[in-house]
Design a protein around this ligand. Sequence first.
Ligand code: BGC
Length: 829
Amino acid sequence: MPDTPGAPRTPDRAGCEAEADAAREAVVQAALGRLDLDTKARLLAGQDLWSLPGVAHIGLSSLVMSDGPIGVRGARWSADDTSIALPSPTALAASWDPALARRAGTLLAQEARRKGVHVLLAPTVNLHRSPLGGRHFEAYSEDPYLTGRIGAGYVSGVQSGGVGATVKHFVANDAETERFTVDNLVPDRALRELYLAPFEFIVGAARPWALMTAYNAVNGPTMTEHHRLVNEVLRGEWGFDGVNVSDWLAARSTVGGITGGLDLAMPGPDTVYGEALAAAVRTGEVPEATVDAAVRNVLRLAARVGLLAGAAPVVPASALPAEVDGEALAREIARRSFVLLRNENATLPLRDPAGIALIGAAARDARVLGGGSATVFPPHVVSPLDGLVAQLPAGRVTYAIGADPSDELAPAEKGFALRARCRDAAGEVIGEARLPNGHLQWTDDDLPEGVTPERLHSVEILGTLTPRESGEHPFGTRGAGGLTLTVAGQVVFDGVQPPEEETDAFGAVFGPPVERGTVALTRGETVDVSLRYVLPERTKGPLWGVVFTLVHLEPRRDADELIAEAVAVARAAEAAVVVVATTDRVESEGFDRTDLRLPGRQDDLVRAVAAVNPRTVVVVNSGSPVELPWREEAAAVLVSWFPGQEAGAALADVLLGAEEPGGRLPTTWGGLQDAPVTDVTPKNGELLYDEGVFIGYRAWDKAGASPSYPFGHGLGYTSWAYESLEVEGTSVTVGVRNTGARPGREVVQVYLAPAAAESVPPRPARWLAGFAGVTAAPGETARVTIDLPARAFEVWDEEGGRWRRVTGRYEVRAGRSIEDIRLGAPVTV
Ligand code: BGC
């Protein structure tokens, strides 16, 4: 049975939509006519970190935005304001299922409504140009078509819940190094065929209500001032009618921004818009009509989400989607995303195992999400240990740490009970707040009842720690200011941490922790802990906040000893499951990776365990590709990505066979030395995209190199025979039969390969042109028809500045991955 697509847009529905759009537009126009220049300029400047000002006399309420993409953080960035955390975007893309992405979007809209958020700052649809990209985990794929399909599903889901989606970061924000200033020099053809393509597809297929322009420049102009790409391409050619919001702090010029099509400069209110924009109109530098166009876009967005009096929201309350069970959906997406790379001798699923040795720091403390603005605070996290223990009879799981991916201190959490206490300069307590972990991050709006930025002088994180292990516990701090750290009555540190010289505001917030000393503690014996923080001078600026962290690490153990301990438990068990991981300090916004190795001694750990247990399953808990030098030594390898809050529950479902792993690689996995793009550091402020259209599998093909695991690869628990392939025009019908013993889901992938002689200009050897999921019972055949999009047959003609259909012969290939092609047929266009 083919997957069901989203609701079709019938002519009737399109007609109703056009009528509703026109009615909304009339209200927008009338509201615009009642605004004076200063109010318009102020509206475009933003109100604070996440919102726009309301304007009472035109019935405009304040509009709130929030990150995105795996959960909705809400206007408060605080661990006591929890959000459902879905698997990483790489995981969602690994489902190869736009309908599932749509369901994720519907849940996120529900979360947004719960948190008073009107616009979600997601999805990220930049491409996996290099595996080193720090935000790789936050984007979908190396392939523009797969990215576009998943992104369009996500956007349509979010907006079906009456919440705006913001496609970001427009465009070519594919790495983090010097991200505020880098000029990415991207040849036009690569820009069109790769980097702009997902944006174009999503604008056409899902009509996003917002888009975020990136920090970087492209071929000269910075993206928040890119008249050509914003006004001419995005709005002119593609017909985008949503709001263009700057990435946070990306807007740098009043005139450049407004004439370059930037509607909103965020965060407010001290941006290049506001007073400066009104002044530019008054001096004649900017026509008022240009400001009006931006305000019209903002009012249209407000109208769509129901914040402009008199205008009917796109989704009235009566048409909101049915309530989604967030936990259940997080678990379903996780198992649908897990990619089984290798499964020798049908090691997985483990059927009713007598004993499992579960190994790895991340098996106990799951790594569920990547770092940076994508961070949310889930209400709970099911670790692999929790998940397996819950689904197996007592006593079947033995746990050992084996190796820790991080020897860096992390926000105090396990075993801690903490709160925050605020004092004024005289030392008088002026407020208190609950604190779920050691990271404190408040803006003006988050301050506890009765506390104002003016009066606040110091904040103390205080409470207790009941250690999980005996030994020397390292403690430390993160953040700039006066810090006094006391543990069990001992003053561990008392001094001032100067601010980092950082160009990236993110670095200051998520920068490295500093270890301040160790304290000997005994398992189970509770001690008092306090970190007192004296705020630095209040500086004026859009990002005022109190940000500091009490960090901690379990006692360090000898690495060889830990491995030996793991080997001993693995030897005694029927099967070993080793969870290896990166951390949110390896994969994060704000910096790029320097290598693809698993941190710490994890590679040694896997080898040692696999050597003593022939049924060793390695679970790779990372958001982006890592090198797997031991992959031929392990019986099974399963990629779980950053699996979101239900990580362990989904993992137990899949390991024990209640569900099959449903994912297929959305990006080629291989060693860094063979990766197509291995340098993301700009030279003299410029980063050359001189590989042109050859990234990802397009580049591996060109080089004739074999990756560890190809694009599209992923095994399930049943087997499939590709029985038929029929081509009619550019429609391809594929018949596949489930030849295994259990029901399953197959992702039928269709690639297009041009006949060599006609490959001018140089084109990739083959590319993804379509895909569809099918489910079938044992012995059953499923047929699915896939329409190849016109764009699959086109190239961007750089000289003519237009798309050109390349006529001639192609081969259509259907299969299980780009390398595992089962059937082929010629097609001529
Ligand atoms: C990120 C955006 C994010 C914004 C607001 C920026 O640093 O690049 O993706 O939406 O911050 O948090």
